[in-house]
Design a protein around this ligand. Structure first.
Ligand SMILES: C[S@@+](CC[C@H](N)C(=O)[O-])C[C@H]1O[C@@H](n2cnc3c(N)ncnc32)[C@H](O)[C@@H]1O
Length: 256
């Protein structure tokens, strides 16, 4: 694995150990283990409720066999997808997140959680998923190139007539790009300071924020063979960051 991705994985392993629910939904008043689990999982149901309305409106996906929740964390959205698809796959780069997802979702037998540290999703065959859903994930990747590699692979994995929904910040103001807490975390962690001390005593955490302009995302998705149905401004927790959610389908190869 390349060093940047290895460090990225280590960061998310730390976050998965330290405060998984807050690392997923970083509301200031829920920090240090203060998320109520029922409320946390309810937020996933609300979000997927909106998604099902979008699916109806857009007329995609054509089938509801397999859904992929990429960057599933503890399965907040995977479990909410489970009534709507026959099989739901949660994939994450962080072993503690996957361990927690398996433990917390035993009541959802059609959900399967898998660790993946590859820079793409080669573990799955072409045209495999009717829905690919990924929010609050690509924004944390270390580089735009890493983001692009997953986006292209999403298109490969999407079934013709399927629906890809992914959220990506389009612009981060320069002040927010400094990410001093993350940089300091990385330096001190490299010097051997324990994650627990960095997080609980020094208030540092390794979350990174990366963006890609809308025109670049559109160009990439189109070149990969998909069709962008909509790109909508979405409500990120921080209003300073502009973000888009893309609704994308893959035309049937018979037509093209
Ligand atoms: C902010 S959380 C969001 C979790 C989930 N999407 C949700 O909204 O409930 C980001 C998740 O993405 C995962 N992640 C980050 N980089 C990843 C990668 N390259 N492949 C898979 N998962 C990744 C992290 O481990 C973490 O669980």
């Amino acid at each position: 694995m390349n060093p940047a991705l290895r460090r990225h994985q280590r960061d998310w392993e730390d976050l998965g150990d330290l405060d998984p629910c807050w690392a997923i939904l970083a509301y200031p008043d829920r920090r240090f283990g203060r998320w109520d689990l029922d409320e946390f999982f309810r937020s996933g149901e609300v979000e997927i409720g909106r998604l099902t309305a979008d699916m109806q409106r857009l007329g995609h996906p054509a089938k509801r066999e397999r859904a992929l929740d990429f960057g599933c964390g503890v399965g907040r959205l995977t479990r909410a997808l489970s009534p709507h698809f026959r099989h739901c796959y949660g994939v994450d780069v962080s072993a503690p997140m996957i361990a927690a997802a398996r433990k917390l979702n035993t009541a959802f037998p059609n959900c399967e959680f898998t660790l993946n540290a590859d820079p793409d999703l080669r573990m799955f065959p072409d045209n495999h998923f009717d829905l690919i859903y990924s929010v609050l994930v690509l924004q944390h990747l270390p580089t735009r190139a890493a983001m692009a590699a997953y986006l292209v692979d999403f298109v490969r994995l999407l079934a013709p007539g399927g629906l890809l929904v992914c959220q990506i910040p389009s612009h981060i103001p320069p002040r927010r790009r400094l990410q001093l807490r993350r940089r300091l975390y990385g330096i001190l962690r490299g010097l051997g300071v324990a994650p627990d001390v960095l997080y609980h005593r020094l208030g540092l955490f390794p979350m990174r924020m990366t963006s890609m302009p809308e025109q670049d995302v559109r160009a990439l998705l189109t070149a990969a063979g998909s069709r962008v149905l909509e790109a909508r401004a979405d409500a990120m927790a921080s209003t300073e960051i502009e973000s888009r959610t893309y609704y994308v389908t893959k035309p049937d190869r018979m037509i093209h």
